[in-house]
Write a protein that binds this ligand. Structure first.
Ligand code: PLP
Length: 367
């Protein structure tokens, strides 16, 4: 990925490689006979739904998921009319009509959501499509086995609702040997027996890599589309889709015993050169990277020194040619040299959190 050093008024530049997102979609879709959807929640994990969604639609993706109803409503005009948008959290109380009016399909997660959707269908005098989520053991979202048993004991319990998808979510898909995976799959199979002939979906990104038995009819990747490794610990088969570059504001020489940054925690040993770059925790560059993170200058690793401030941080650039680290030069914070998952590990978190925290403060470039 070539990033030009052009004058910019922003402190940092987030580059989103839509070609990589599209290639990741093709790769995931190619792993299975199932249909491949795309998860768009949190503004496509921070990459920008307005750019990512149409790019994936042009790759042939026809099924999309958001978390919230307002995300689904914002996504609707970005996609061709034949695309389905499922809202994972379902309609918040009192919003069933909004959901219907905007042409998004709710995921019904409990008896109350089912009841609201049925009531709307009765009012409109028509059948309404929905996805049904079943709780196969994660205890987060979805109709519990007990509620399902009670509901399905009633007559015409789905009257007015046309289930287009029955789904559940795995708690431990990124741990291939965890017994929860098999247990959840078994529970999902027994619960979904109440929905004969309805397409099923269980696998998020990591679930796709577990085994074909987890694929069912529809794959629901988010993270892997955006370059996060679905199999932590194994080589990442997907392409990095995001890179982050920050601009150097100032460079100084410090001497033995000088301190760098808030708290005066970093004490310099010997003479060093410190570059101050214009990115900080307010941009989503996590404060937990203080004294632990790295940046890259022409592929050379340089450490973050001292605490990450709100809008800036220090890098020890001793030994890098001065013309490479002058004010205005860009350093790479994340990208091909420094994958998201490595940054996340140094920050003590996961790639998902790193991606979704990256701020709207950046200048964004789409490739
Ligand atoms: C977020 C989410 C996904 C996507 O998960 P990834 O791990 O990002 O692939 C799929 N299904 C549900 C229900 C989700 O909440």
């Amino acid at each position: 990925m070539v990033v030009s050093v052009e004058p910019s008024r922003a402190g940092a530049v987030l580059t989103v490689d839509l070609g990589a997102v599209r290639a990741n979609y093709r790769q995931l879709a190619g792993m299975s006979a199932a249909t491949c959807a795309a998860v768009m929640k949190a503004d496509a994990y921070g990459l920008g739904m307005a750019q990512v969604a149409p790019a994936l639609a042009s790759e042939g993706c026809r099924v999309f998921f958001t978390a919230h109803l307002d995300e689904g409503i914002r996504l609707r005009p970005l996609l061709p009319a034949d695309c389905t948008i499922y809202v994972l959290h379902g309609p918040p109380p009192g919003t069933a009509h909004d959901c219907f009016q905007h042409g998004v399909v709710p995921v019904l997660n409990d008896p109350a959501q089912l009841q609201e959707w049925r009531a709307l269908a009765a009012t409109l005098g028509r059948e309404l499509p929905a996805a049904i989520q079943l709780d196969s053991g994660m205890s987060r979202m979805g109709i519990s086995p007990a509620d399902l048993a009670a509901l399905s004991a009633g007559r015409d319990w789905l009257a007015g609702v046309r289930p287009r998808l029955v789904m559940s979510h795995l708690a431990c898909a990124d741990e291939p040997h965890h017994p929860m995976n098999d247990a959840q799959r078994g529970r999902f199979d027994s619960l979904r027996a109440l929905f004969p002939g309805v397409p099923a979906s269980l696998a998020n990104s990591s679930g796709i890599f577990l085994a074909p038995a987890y694929h069912y009819d529809l794959l629901r990747p988010g993270a892997a589309l955006y370059g996060i490794n679905p199999q932590p610990g194994a080589p990442n088969p997907l392409r990095q889709a995001v890179s982050l570059h920050a601009r150097i504001v100032q460079v100084r020489t410090v001497r033995d015993g000088d301190v760098v940054g808030y708290g005066a925690h970093h004490v310099v040993a010997g003479e060093r050169r410190i570059a101050t770059v214009a990115v900080g925790y307010a941009d989503g560059w996590l404060r937990s990277l203080s004294g632990r993170g790295y940046a890259f200058v022409d592929g050379v690793k340089v450490p973050v020194v001292g605490r990450v401030s709100m809008d800036s941080m220090g890098l020890d650039v001793t030994g890098i040619a001065p013309e490479r680290v002058a004010p205005g030069c860009e350093v790479e914070l994340m990208g091909v040299s420094h994958p998201i998952d490595d940054v996340a590990a140094l920050a003590g978190t996961i790639g998902y959190e790193v991606l979704t925290r990256l701020g709207s403060r950046f200048n964004r470039r789409y490739l």
